[in-house]
Design a protein around this ligand. Structure first.
Ligand SMILES: CC/C=C/CC(=O)SCCNC(=O)CCNC(=O)[C@H](O)C(C)(C)COP(=O)(O)OP(=O)(O)OC[C@H]1O[C@@H](n2cnc3c(N)ncnc32)[C@H](O)[C@@H]1OP(=O)(O)O
Length: 708
């Protein structure tokens, strides 16, 4: 609802009241319409201030209403009535004014913001555009380039930037409502002719056609198939070229195509999934709302290779004291320099003062004795990690949480090396650890819920999307990646090229195809794991049995490349060719194509035409099938957990909602039918056999996501 009151004898104060973010629900919109009418009819009221309760102006339209039959007064006429009012309307912006919230403020004649406020039109991130006049008013207010930037990126600006851009008229460090009330009194009775943004001409943009062509090209390149950014450019172009009323018509048409699109549904699902993963639960009954995290003031990191350095930076940036331990002197010296460089660059990027140095370095593991939480980040080798955990168990103070940054190893086994296995959890960071948003918090059967809660809370403090997952080989993310990679290798054997597979995945929306990613992360990483698993035979034997290992189809292609010293970017050669070791730009490699041809001949394989659809179905459906298996085993608590992991850690295109959501969009029956089809053709590939949860869901007609 919206509360109306008379303050300072002549100011009508309208307070938006819809916790937690004053989203513009049907009830709130009705409340605003009623309150505005009251204010305009009351002769005592000479000016009006609109504010939000609990320190937040408005988080925009109520996203939960989007999938429903929207009732209540629509936003556009409501904002129009505010702009047309003959008494000054002033928005008092505290906290956030986002989406419809900012559009409401743009309908007001003046805007006063608190210095800590954030403003923006993030509709594009929800697969929409600012369609309550935002795409038409903002360019008229701040010019086309600045408006286009805000609308196509959805970025939030600070009050200071908003003032500089001309979005707000005044910024205050004091009570925003008081400042707005005072301001509204000062302008009461003044003409409002020059204050209605919809009547402004759009500032002239030189070389309009070239400007928008370039903008469109840029957006199409970065949007990777997302339709909303493209529609945003079209809407701003309408503002720049059409009178306001016609621009509004265009805004409405563009919004209509977006509003019902699968992409908007997927992006809105991601918005809620990102928040839902914080409400974790474990099979043993641990829950986010009943488990109290332990306080962490000092954290320690053991091992200062690439991961350890990134984790140290991420911890230091949260303001914690950090003890960083590296036993090799040379590595320690290099790490010190690297960490301070990363901290400095991070501060510059954020426009903040450098993080005060709260890091203590040591060569001695005894230095972690006082830490509340330790993150072990030594080389991915079980014997080495076992040794470190035994040492930690002796050295650490009672109650200290012992975490391992492993991407696949058994948490429970490591816990068994310690005196207090309940204090052991996995914290699987993604490289670079101070940049990547995802953190898998891995609980073993003996991890206490307090340990999980502590790691989850620390992840949140570090600005991560933390997802609690169970203990199994590869946890959720890497476990699902295995069948995906496997299928990509098999497709090469059957006639595809790395270019064809990567193109299909990049057209789907991944920033990089599977072979480019493999070159980037290093082919030797997987090779080492496969060797440890006893999968690798050196040299190449021939015939189908040479490609069956441990009872299932196996492709030795990756191993053969490694035997040639082709480890990817770092050696300048992998699935692609690079201009030098460490080079970043991939080129097609004729050697690789000949190698594939020779390999097929040797193995008696006949190359056939593989199309993009088969690439997507085999790679993605195999990955999704593993996701269903993970759900069935209870390793992930729900599909949102898997989807968040893939969107935030593995480059899954957000506008496709994550693998499990995508499966629902495609239709579970279709996914199962295609898996069955491919499994019949490849009975030695168990990852193509639909798992029982998928079969049960299809048989019962049940959905995995209520949004679908
Ligand atoms: C006609 C169509 C017009 C469309 C125009 C629009 O306005 S589209 C909506 C544009 N607005 C946004 O995209 C803002 C989304 N919200 C946020 O960015 C943040 O929530 C916030 C406002 C910056 C506050 O952040 P904070 O970290 O303080 O809180 P949470 O993000 O955890 O949110 C608290 C709960 O509120 C729910 N919520 C937030 N915004 C909305 C919203 N616009 N509609 C509905 N619900 C919203 C959020 O989901 C949290 O609840 P959970 O139950 O935890 O999910």
């Amino acid at each position: 609802m919206a509360q109306f009151s008379l303050v300072s004898a002549s100011v009508g104060l309208i307070t938006l009241q819809n916790p937690p973010v004053n989203a513009l629900s049907a009830v709130l919109r009705q409340g605003i319409v009623d309150a505005v009418e009251k204010a305009l009819c009351d002769p005592k009221v000479k000016s009006v201030v609109i504010c939000g309760q609990n320190g937040i102006f408005c988080g925009g339209a109520d996203i939960r209403e989007f999938g429903t039959n929207m009732r209540g007064p629509p936003l556009i006429p409501m904002i129009h009535a505010i702009e047309s009012a003959n008494k000054p309307m002033v928005a008092a912006i505290e906290g956030s004014a986002l989406g419809g919230g900012l559009e409401l403020a743009l309908g007001c004649h003046y805007r006063i913001a608190h210095s800590q406020a954030r403003l923006g039109l993030p509709e594009v991130t929800l697969g929409l555009l600012p369609a309550a006049g935002g795409s038409q008013r903002l360019p008229r207010l701040i010019g086309v380039p600045a408006a286009l930037n805000l609308i196509t990126t959805g970025r939030h600006v600070t009050a200071a930037e908003a003032l500089q851009l001309g979005i707000v008229d005044q910024v205050t460090d004091h009570n925003t409502v008081d400042a707005a009330v005072k301001f509204s009194q000062s302008v009461a009775g003044q003409s409002l002719d020059g204050r209605r943004i919809s009547t402004y001409p759009c500032p002239v943009q030189p070389n309009l056609d070239a400007f928008f062509e370039e903008a469109m090209l840029k957006v199409r390149q970065s949007a990777r198939g997302a339709i909303a950014p493209v529609a945003c450019v079209q809407a701003v172009r309408a503002a720049a070229t059409l009178p306001y009323a016609q621009g509004m018509k265009r805004e409405k048409e563009l919004m209509a195509t977006l509003f019902t699109s699968g992409q908007a549904r997927a992006l809105q699902y991601c918005f809620f999934a990102q928040r839902a993963v914080g409400r974790w639960s474990t099979p043993s009954g641990g829950r986010w709302d009943t488990s109290k995290p332990r306080p962490v003031h000092t954290a320690a990191v053991i091992g200062l290779g690439t991961m350890g350095r990134g984790i140290t930076v991420a911890l230091a940036q949260t303001g914690l004291s950090v003890v960083a331990v590296e036993t090799q002197v040379k590595q320690l010296t290099e790490a010190k320099q690297a960490v301070s460089g990363m901290l400095e660059r991070g501060a510059t990027r954020r426009g903040a003062a450098p993080t005060p140095d709260r890091i203590t370095y040591s060569e001695n593991i005894q230095a972690v004795a006082g830490a509340d939480l330790v993150i072990e980040a030594v080389f991915e080798d079980m014997a080495l990690k076992e040794k470190v955990f035994r040492q930690l168990s002796d050295v650490c103070k009672p109650g200290a949480l012992l975490c391992t940054n492993t991407s696949a190893l058994d948490i429970d086994h490591l816990a068994s090396q310690t005196r207090n296995p309940e204090l052991v959890v996995g914290m699987h960071f993604f490289a670079p650890a101070h940049v990547m948003k995802l953190l898998e918090v891995v609980y073993g059967p003996r991890s206490s819920s307090q340990a999980v809660a502590t790691a989850m809370q620390l992840g949140k403090k570090m600005g991560k999307i933390s997802v609690a997952v169970g203990n199994c080989r590869g946890f959720v993310g890497n476990r699902m990646l295995k069948p995906y990679l496997e299928q990509a290798f098999f497709l090469l054997e059957e006639g595809a090229t790395p270019e064809l597979v990567d193109r299909a995945l990049e057209d789907f929306g991944f920033p990089m195809g599977v072979f480019k990613v493999s070159d980037l992360s290093g082919l030797d990483v997987g090779w080492r794991v496969r060797k440890a698993d006893g999968m690798v035979e050196s040299g190449l034997s021939t015939g189908p049995s040479a490609r069956i290992r441990q009872g299932r189809r196996y492709s030795p292609l990756g191993d053969l490349l490694c035997e040639q010293g082709r480890f990817g970017q770092k050696t300048g050669r992998g699935w692609y060719l690079y201009d030098k070791p460490g080079g970043r730009v991939s080129k097609s490699d004729p050697w690789l194509h000949s190698f594939l041809e020779e390999y097929r001949v040797q193995q008696g394989l006949v190359a056939r035409r593989v199309d993009q659809q088969e690439v997507l179905e085999r790679c993605l459906f195999a990955l999704i099938n593993e996701g269903f298996q993970i759900l069935e085993e209870g390793i992930a608590a729900g599909p949102e957990d898997i989807d968040a992991i893939y969107v935030f850690g593995y480059g899954w295109p957000r506008h496709r909602g994550g693998p499990m959501f995508y499966a629902g969009m495609v239709g579970l029956a279709k996914v199962m039918e295609r898996l069955d089809h491919y499994h019949q053709a490849h009975p030695d590939e168990p990852s193509l056999q639909p798992c029982s949860l998928l079969r049960r869901l299809v048989a019962s007609g049940k959905k995995l996501h209520s949004q679908l």
